[in-house]
Design a protein around this ligand. Structure first.
Ligand code: 3PG
Ligand code: MG
Length: 398
């Protein structure tokens, strides 16, 4: 892949100690991993390196521990889950530096896989501290970063190590960068973006960047209400950030200047309470009842969204169109997701989606596998959509 060194460039790894930064920040309930997607995504890199006789040493964080080591944030249960996904043993060392790590690494044979304990048990990790980076580097000959979803962090294990050891992008990082390049870097046009979710306030930078890059921007979810209100529409009791009216107007002005169409809902599914199965009706946005809340976009809006998807060569999607977690307010998100998946299957659309809620929504619609690429990254995907350089990616550039 242009611009980045990948495993294709790594040369002979037999007998070498390869430090692989992975993202094992997976959801866990009652000590069990409830969604192993991130573990599945790193399997190709681990298998490839191990298959070539490398000693594969995994570095990862888990959660946001504040005060050093704790059982709560230990990676040990995740080592077991990783072994299950890989179908092979995965060793574990109870520290990522020092004697415990060194002893476990020294005991490895060619092809072995070892996971080191949570890098964030050391405060120096998040400070990208040089002495700490040296201690991590002491266990490896080569560094591979396969954690795009942690690449927005300039930490020792995500950025520092790449300065210290020969550094390469792993297969998942590579796939992610490839997909993102197709999504916004150098996309087939027209490009349509769908941005949803609750709040404009968390996505101002993203919207400002997108209007300069895409041909049409569909705004859905609670954040659409803020735009509608800014345009003078009464949104009743809907979620709305009235204090962001001028920001929303500015985004619409920038869009007009850049020739980016903004698509706002023309109808909404309205209820008096926010709960599953609440009585609802579809109304034109101009006829909002004063005591109603818009919980999803209506059918006319869905039609306009799917029309835009039909016109698009590339779709970038972040955030659901409605309150998809509760029925029946998942309908628009599901319909649009299915439509995009079908166009992708027909070979007419490159579809790239990411962000926590988005993946959950696409899984709910049953179409995550039919998109061109679904990123498992949350914050990193957003920062990429905002057009910000990601430290863990920048450092891998040739
Ligand atoms: C994530 O879960 O988004 C990544 O693993 C990064 O985690 P962080 O937000 O705690 O840095
Ligand atoms: Mg996060």
């Amino acid at each position: 892949m242009a611009g980045f060194k990948t495993l294709d460039d790594i040369g002979a790894v037999g007998g070498k100690r390869v430090l692989v930064r992975v993202d094992l920040n997976v959801p866990v309930a009652d000590g069990r991993v409830t969604d192993a997607t991130r573990i599945e995504r790193i399997a190709p890199t681990i298998s490839e390196l191990s298959g070539k006789g490398a000693r594969v040493i995994l570095l990862a964080h888990f959660g946001r521990p504040k005060d050093g080591p704790s059982a709560e944030f230990s990676l040990e249960p995740i080592a077991r889950a990783t072994a299950e996904v890989l179908g092979r043993p995965v060793g574990f060392a109870s520290d990522c530096i020092g004697d415990k790590a060194a002893d476990a690494v020294a005991a490895m044979k060619d092809g072995d896989v070892l996971l080191l304990e949570n890098t964030r048990f050391h405060k120096a990790e998040e400070k990208n501290d040089q002495a700490f980076t040296e201690k991590l580097a002491a266990n490896g000959d080569i560094y591979v970063n396969d954690a795009f979803s942690a690449a927005h962090r300039a930490h020792a294990s995500t950025e520092g190590l790449a300065h210290r050891l020969p550094a390469y992008a792993g297969r998942t990082m590579q796939a992610e960068l490839d997909a993102l390049e197709k999504g916004l870097g150098n996309p087939a046009r027209p490009v349509v973006a769908i941005v949803g979710g609750a709040k404009v306030s968390t996505k101002i930078d993203l919207l400002m960047n997108l209007v300069k890059k895409v041909d049409a921007l569909v705004i859905g979810g609670g954040m659409a209400n803020t735009f509608l209100a800014a345009r003078g529409t009464d949104v009743g009791k809907s979620l709305c950030e009235h204090d962001l009216a001028s920001t929303s107007k500015q985004i619409m002005i920038e869009a007009a200047e850049a020739g980016c169409a903004i698509i706002l809902p023309t109808d909404g599914v309205v209820a008096k309470e926010f709960k599953a199965g609440a009585a609802s009706q579809t109304v034109a946005i101009s006829d909002m009842p004063a005591d109603g809340m818009i919980l999803d976009v209506g059918e006319k809006t869905v039609k306009s969204v799917t029309d835009w998807i039909d016109r698009a060569a590339t779709l970038v999607w972040n955030g659901p169109l409605g309150a998809f977690e509760i029925e029946p307010f998942d309908r628009a998100t599901v319909a649009a997701a299915k439509h995009a998946a079908a166009r992708t299957k027909e070979g007419k659309l490159v579809s790239v989606a990411g962000g926590g809620d988005t993946v959950a929504a696409l899984n709910h619609a049953g179409v995550a596998d039919d998109f061109t690429y679904v990123s498992t990254a949350g914050g990193a995907f957003l920062e990429w959509m905002e057009g910000k350089p990601l430290p863990g990616v920048e450092v891998l550039k040739r």
